[in-house]
Design a protein around this ligand. Sequence first.
Ligand SMILES: [Zn+2]
Ligand SMILES: [Zn+2]
Length: 153
Amino acid sequence: MNKCYCKSGLDFAECCEPILRVEQVAPTALSLMRSRYSAYCLGDVNYLQATTHDHTWTDDELKFIQDWADNSFWQHLEIVDFSDDMVEFKAYYIFENVQHLHHERSTFLKVNDMWKYVDGEIYEDKVTLLRNETCICGSGKKYKRCCATRITK
Ligand SMILES: [Zn+2]
Ligand SMILES: [Zn+2]
């Protein structure tokens, strides 16, 4: 069994997979947010579009998001805080040889029983992953021997 991309610790088949396959609706804003992170890991831009409230992406936007999702190495999702319609999270990823941290407080809305992403406030955090500390991705290895090796320049 594969562990879910969203780092819940659950099996993918019992976490985000049925939601991504639209076999099951996300019961909470938090579960929708987790499934959207998994969709980034899988490059499932159609799912991201389908779960965004009241905004249809242009072809250029779709292309940009697809490129970002596909060419990023998604390391970790940390839930900082959440309520019924809000999730604050930190997503760690490597894109174009740079270690990134995306820290956002997102708002969600339930429309016809489906949770949708509305928008978010983005915090400009500095990433502080230390080379000799255990890697954020959960491999158990030191960062310098794990995700840092994906940064090639
Ligand atoms: Zn999941
Ligand atoms: Zn790692």
